[in-house]
Design a protein around this ligand. Structure first.
Ligand SMILES: [Zn+2]
Length: 119
């Protein structure tokens, strides 16, 4: 079973935007980071990690739309796109790493994004 099909455990929101999704069970979870892109008007998401679920932390499904039970349900509901993202401080936006803005370029020599948009 793909991990996106596991039951939702926890969502986090910031200013009415979804910022992360955790799926799994109370012993083990997978977490997805979710970033809203103003330019593209969509959410980008990527797997950010997995590990034991913290102690007696209670799952919180605050804000989960009716009928949503897995990460896949949310991804479909919000038309999320799977992509690594890079933040540009000039645009003040999170952008997909395969098509960022003019302030951010990938540099093979550095092995990271460089440019005036990078903090
Ligand atoms: Zn920019």
């Amino acid at each position: 079973m793909h991990d996106k099909q596991l039951p939702l455990l926890d969502l986090t929101w910031h200013d009415d935007r979804l910022t992360s999704i955790s799926v799994g069970n109370k012993r083990w979870h997978h977490a997805y980071d979710v970033d809203w892109c103003d330019r593209d008007q969509c959410y980008y998401y990527h797997l950010s990690g997995c590990g034991p679920w913290g102690g007696d932390r209670e799952p919180s499904l605050k804000g989960v739309p009716a009928g949503m039970q897995t990460a896949s349900d949310l991804i479909r509901r919000f038309d999320m796109v799977h992509r690594q993202i890079v933040y540009c401080q000039i645009c003040d936006d999170t952008l997909p790493d395969d098509s960022p803005c003019v302030h951010v370029q990938w540099d093979d020599a550095v092995g990271d994004f460089v440019g005036p948009g990078i903090v």
